[in-house]
Design a protein around this ligand. Structure first.
Ligand code: DSN
Length: 425
């Protein structure tokens, strides 16, 4: 029997109810290719809906400002212990409300106003919180850039990075990205950081699940000092952030002070409970298969676009995402490609590419990936069909092409329902 979703909302707030069932249907009937999105498990949903949302818990386990902390301490300690095990970390702070908060707390823990951070050029795949001029961070800290030497292969210009690092003496060398499809040379980053006396930090938000599942390298194994992350992307947890410290107790203490009371107030304990659940799931052997299948699927999609002669930034992918130059490949902007595919039930996002000739609000690129489809059980043959449907839409571009693709999308969605343990009830 079909369980009744939202039994109280149907009676008490029909407007919100309608929006929620609409989103449920969108997620169920369409194909989610935004590479930073995923489906959380029923167990994670249950933790998110728990009574811990009612509780204030400023402080850390065993050291809180308010009473009644028996169960908040239990879930936060579980989340910390599991996070440390997943990533081989000495210390974990699981309280950041998101990836931006995690990065801001990390900067304020390690820097004084005016200090320099050497981070990845944003149009080469970096992130807003790595020092985009629209963020307040640039009013306080000085951000300088490294980038790719060769956009067609994705090779980072490490020698230029070393030269700039020697010149500007950054306090932090920041690795990590939100739109870069290759692995970084972690040993090189650490070597340069040590040479100039910088702290090596990696923002692993996009690939945290791939690291946890052993499908890509772990920057801690190469000597990175700190890793920041979100918990809701490939790691498949609730929305939120986390900061991991490899071994320095001194750095970990600074991070804790910076998160609370420096930046945030009461931690969202229902969310921390959900993080603990997600970390438990990521520690299971099946998560390794999930992580490696994400990459196999992304590669299979890239091969289809390669055969089509499409231009992918860095020439393909070694992780979960593909950054495709829609303008060169199909003669349309990233925004037009996103809108066309949206109509067919395929969700992805327009994205700036390196040396983009178009404006950020309607850039040349589209960014897509396989974490959410892989949770639905898609394997290589299935994602090849998705890529083919995408090409049909991007080359056809008329109502007929969109309608035909929409049928194909619905058929694939029906063949791969969101697993029952991942449906929100
Ligand atoms: N918004 C995230 C992404 O899509 O990559 C990064 O913050």
């Amino acid at each position: 029997m079909q369980s009744v979703k939202y039994p109280f909302l149907t009676k008490e707030d029909n407007d919100v109810y309608k929006a929620l069932v609409g989103e449920d249907a969108r997620e169920r009937d369409g194909l989610e290719l935004i590479p930073s999105e995923n489906y959380v498990s029923q167990a994670v949903h249950e933790a998110l809906a728990s009574s811990l949302t009612n509780k204030y818990a400023e402080g850390y386990p065993g050291k809180r400002y308010y009473g009644g902390q028996e169960f908040t301490d239990a879930v936060e300690t579980l989340a910390i212990t599991r996070a440390k095990k997943l990533f081989g970390a000495g210390y974990a702070n699981v309280q950041p409300l998101g990836g931006a908060n995690a990065n801001i707390a990390m900067y304020f823990a390690l820097l004084s106003p005016g200090d320099t951070v050497l981070g990845m050029e944003l149009s080469h795949g970096g992130h807003l919180t790595h020092g985009h001029p629209v963020t307040y961070l640039t009013k306080i800290f000085n951000f300088v850039r490294y980038g790719m030497k060769d956009i067609e292969t994705g090779e980072i210009d490490y020698e230029e990075m070393r030269r700039v690092a020697r010149e500007v003496k950054p306090k932090i060398i920041l690795a990590g990205f939100s739109a870069y499809p290759r692995e970084l040379d972690y040993a090189k980053f650490v070597e340069i950081a040590r040479e100039v006396g910088a702290i090596a930090v990696m923002d692993i938000a996009h690939i945290a699940g791939l690291i946890a599942g052993g499908a890509v390298k772990n920057p801690f194994d190469y000597g990175f000092d700190i890793m920041t992350t979100t918990t809701h992307k490939t790691l498949r947890g609730p929305r939120g952030g986390m900061i991991l410290t490899r071994e320095s107790e001194d750095l970990a203490k600074k991070i804790n002070k910076s998160v609370f009371p420096g930046l945030q107030g009461g931690p969202h304990m229902h969310n921390i409970a959900a993080k603990a659940v997600a970390f438990h799931e990521a520690l299971q052997p099946s998560f390794k298969n999930y992580a490696s299948q994400i990459i196999k699927n992304a590669r299979a999609m890239a091969e289809v676009f390669e055969k089509q002669g499409a231009r992918m930034i860095t020439g393909g992918t070694s992780n979960h995402l593909i950054l495709l130059d829609a303008h060169t490949s199909f003669g349309i902007s990233g925004g037009e490609a996103q809108a066309l595919l949206d109509r067919a039930g395929i969700t992805l996002n327009k994205n700036v590419i390196a040396n983009d000739t178009r404006k950020p609000m309607d850039p040349s690129g589209i960014r897509f990936g396989t974490p959410a489809l892989t949770t639905r059980g898609f394997i290589e043959d299935d994602v090849v069909q998705v890529a083919t449907l995408m090409i049909d839409v991007l080359t056809g571009r008329d109502d007929g092409a969109v309608a035909r693709a929409r049928e194909g999308v619905h058929a694939l969605a029906r063949q791969h329902p969101i697993p029952s343990s991942f449906i929100h009830r």
